[in-house]
Structure formats: C-alpha cells, structure tokens
Ligand binder design. Structure first.
Ligand code: NAD
Length: 351
C-alpha cells in the first residue's frame, strides 16, 4: 500500500484528491492548517477510516513535518497547501508570501532531509509533487495558449507567490537532486469548492435570488477543468512524470465569465425555478473590475496528453451540471461553511 503525505487536503482540490486517493487504496496522511478555506466536513466520509490520518498543522512547522515524515515514511508528498484566492491576495499579500513561499520552502527542506535518509530503492521511487496554477504565466491576448515554456509573468500577489514557490521547487531539484514534479493547472470547479470562488458564489447567490456580481465586462476568459480530472492528472504525473519536469493541466474549455454565469442560471432555472418564474440571467450585475484582472488564460496540455496519455474526461457542460446538482444536494455543507467567517462579501477591491 502506498502512503502519501498530502498537504492542504481539507481544501477544495486537496479534499477531492484525498477522497479519490483513499478510494483507490492509498494511505493518506493529510496535513492541513484548517485556515478559513479548510473544511473537515469535506472529509466526513473518511471518518474512522485508518487509511486517512488527519493532522492539523502548518507546512511551515519544520518539527511537525519532520515528525510526520519520520513516522509515516511516505512514498510521495503532494503539496496543495496554499493561500489560493486572488482577491484575498490583493487585500493582504503577506499571508500569501508566508504560506506559499516561506511555507513551501520549509516543507521542501524537511522533505529533502527525509528523502536523503531513505535507502536507495526508496529514494529512487520517492516523488515531491507541487500543485501550481496557470496564473504564473500572466495574461494572454485573444490568441495563443500557455505551454510549459511560456515565461513566467505573474500579475497578482497570489500568482507571484505561486511563481516563487514553483521556482523553489525547481531549485531543490537542480541543487539537491530532490525528485520533484510540478503541475500548472487552469481554473478548477466542482464539489466542495469554497463559496467565494466564481462558480459556487454564483450558485449560492442565484439560488437565493440575489444579484450576481460579474467583474468588468464579463469577458475575462478562463480555461475550466472539472476537479476530478485535475486529481486524475496529478496521479498520472505522480506515476509517470519525468523528474524535474512541469506539466500544464487544462480542460480545453475556454469560457468567458459571463458565459459561466449564464450557464449556471439556466441550469438552476431548470432545476429550481425562482418563485416568480423569472429568468436568473436578469440578476446579472456588472461590478467594478478586479484591479489588474488578467484578461485571458488558456492552457496547452499537449505535453501531458502526449507523454502520459491524460485527457479531461468531463466536458464543461457535463461538469457544470454535476456541480450545480452537487450544490443543490449538499446545502448543509454550504450552510456550515457560510456560518463561519465568510459571508459572500466583496473582497479584493481595495487597490
Ligand atoms: P483552497 O484554498 O480551497 O485550499 C487550500 C488548503 O490549504 C486549505 O484547506 C487550507 O486550510 C490549507 N492551508 C493553507 N495554508 C496552509 C498552511 N500554511 N499549512 C497547511 N495547510 C494550509 O485551495 P484549492 O483551490 O484547493 O487549491 C489547492 C492548490 O491548487 C493551491 O496550491 C492552488 O494554488 C492550486 N490551484 C488551484 C486552482 C483552482 O482553480 N482552485 C487551479 C490551479 C492550481
């Protein structure tokens, strides 16, 4: 049985990844600080399962990380832990530098020391996989797509902190020989996403019949990927990726923000019409744009496809329908998140 140390496994993508991994027979040690974005409810299905060991703690806590590595002897470390919301990084960049840069560095140092202590066959099999974002590449015009060779040009404090962490991961391979892999993925959506991000935010507001805030002219384009496909891509890279390489992960599903919002409106109108029968699209309200808002992201994932045979399995329409259905069926999960500190307020507009 493989053992993986997963960091940030109580968050959106990490939580989906942990649920899938345990389902596939992997033992997971899950280190998560349980910031506002971490939620143990997501992992409720694993309560009492000996294949899931949850530890509340910080990736920057060197003693704790060293102890977990020593005690559980993982074959791989997968690093999801991060501050992840661009708007929050505009209001308060320091927390992003602390976790995404300083925290990742501390984690890398402990993992390097652990890896060096392994015997030769264990050392050869070990992998450190760093989960990153396409936002490190900056913004595109109307054409072109990001490849693994696109120069880094991060535009927000969030993407700058992720870019810095990617560079540290790369440096730990080149300097110390640590067997690292990096994935740079496009925008994810699906079950268990914290309702400050576009899709769950719009679902929550549209269900409540509230105005649907759309930044700027609504024409910013993102490449959307269903979270289960991202998790499968990470497992593929972990199994077969070439050490030291980066792999772009994308859904080949570019959509303007306004199209995403309209899709949600139509799905909800079908499933749960408003009491007065009005179309939810009429709730769309254009609001002042996010400062420095990147115009377009698009991923060329052909390296991952050609080398490792990965393709997304879930189309945008199928994934959006699944996601809307999940939020309709899991109102208590959303309600418990909203009972916490976050109340769907606007953040990130201060610059
Ligand atoms: P998230 O904000 O939902 O989850 C982050 C998790 O990390 C939370 O559970 C939080 O408690 C935990 N965490 C934060 N600081 C920590 C620390 N110092 N120590 C330990 N745990 C800590 O984020 P997400 O959307 O699931 O993203 C996960 C990773 O994937 C991030 O690294 C992000 O940059 C990357 N990514 C996200 C997307 C996306 O669309 N959401 C796309 C590409 C890449």
């Amino acid at each position: 049985m493989s053992t993986w140390l997963v960091t940030g496994g109580a968050g959106f993508i990490g939580g989906n990844f942990v649920l899938d991994a345990v389902g596939l027979g992997v033992k997971v040690v899950n280190l998560d600080a349980l910031t506002y974005a971490g939620n143990l409810d997501t992992l409720a299905a694993l309560d009492g399962d000996p294949a899931h060991v949850f530890v509340q703690g910080d990736i920057g806590d060197a003693d704790l990380v060293a102890r977990l590595l020593r005690e559980h002897r993982p074959d791989a470390v997968i690093n999801f832990a991060a501050e992840s919301h661009v708007d929050r990084s505009i209001d308060g960049p320091a927390a992003f530098m602390q976790t995404n840069v300083v925290g990742t560095l501390a984690l890398l140092e402990q993992v390097r020391d652990y890896w060096k202590s392994l015997d030769t066959s264990e050392r050869d099999a070990f992998r450190f996989l760093h989960v990153s974002t396409d936002e490190v590449y900056g913004s595109l015009g109307d054409t072109g797509r990001f490849t693994e060779d696109t120069p880094y040009a991060p535009n927000s404090p969030y993407s700058a902190s992720k870019a810095a962490s990617d560079h540290l991961v790369r440096a730990f391979h080149h300097t110390y020989g640590l067997p690292v892999l990096t994935t740079n993925c496009s925008n994810n959506y699906g079950p268990y996403q914290f309702p400050e991000k576009l899709i769950p935010l719009v679902i929550a507001k549209a269900l409540a019949g509230e105005p649907l805030p759309v930044y700027g002219d609504g024409l910013n384009v993102r490449d959307w990927l269903y979270v289960g496909d991202h998790c499968a891509a990470i497992r593929r890279v972990l199994e077969g990726g070439r050490i030291g390489e980066t792999y772009n992960v994308g859904g080949d599903a570019e959509r303007a923000n306004i199209t995403v919002v309209e899709t949600i409106c139509r799905l909800l109108d079908d499933r749960s019409p408003l009491p007065d029968g009005s179309a939810r699209e009429s709730l769309v309200t254009y609001v002042r744009d996010r400062p420095g808002h990147d115009r377009r992201y698009a991923i060329d994932a052909s390296k991952l496809h050609d080398e490792l045979g990965w393709s997304p399995m879930v189309t945008f329409d199928e994934g959006m329908a699944r996601t809307v259905d999940w939020y309709l069926d899991n109102a208590p999960w959303v309600q418990r998140v909203l009972d916490g500190s976050y109340r769907l307020e606007r953040i990130g507009g201060v610059a």
